[in-house]
Design a protein around this ligand. Structure first.
Ligand SMILES: [Zn+2]
Length: 131
């Protein structure tokens, strides 16, 4: 900071931009860490829910693990992709206009560089065509 006094205007602007970029990066990292904590919490609750549901249907209705897995695969297939997810990640991701990385549509800007994200597509478009 004290070295700013001896800088040329160009070097000074460059240093200010660097500081701004680092501050933005620190903010993004902090937000992402908070987001991960929320997701971990949601995942644990979902895990508990799924285990409870499976215990109930296997205990009271005799559903086997194979029947459960077959039904999971059937539901997985409804978005057209067997990927172990309800919705394909391709539908959930947007592409950064600057660095071209895939970023979740939950974010307004790219989490890597702050760039604009591609125009959102209808996330339910593929589901509708499958019905
Ligand atoms: Zn980017």
């Amino acid at each position: 900071m004290s070295s700013f006094i001896n800088m040329t205007p160009n070097k000074f602007r460059q240093a200010v931009r660097q500081e701004q970029l680092e501050a933005r990066t620190r903010t993004t990292v902090k937000q992402l860490k908070e987001h991960v904590l929320v997701l971990e919490d949601e995942l644990e609750r979902t895990n508990l829910l799924v285990r409870t549901l499976f215990e109930l249907i296997s205990t009271y209705h005799g559903v086997t693990e194979k029947q459960f897995k077959d039904m999971m695969e059937l539901i997985d297939l409804k978005d057209g992709v067997i990927d172990g997810k309800v919705r394909s990640t391709n539908i959930l991701n947007a592409e950064c206009q600057l660095c071209h990385r895939k970023v979740s549509r939950r974010f307004k800007h790219c989490v890597y560089c702050g760039g604009e994200l591609s125009v959102p597509q209808d996330p339910f478009a593929m589901r509708r065509t499958n019905k």
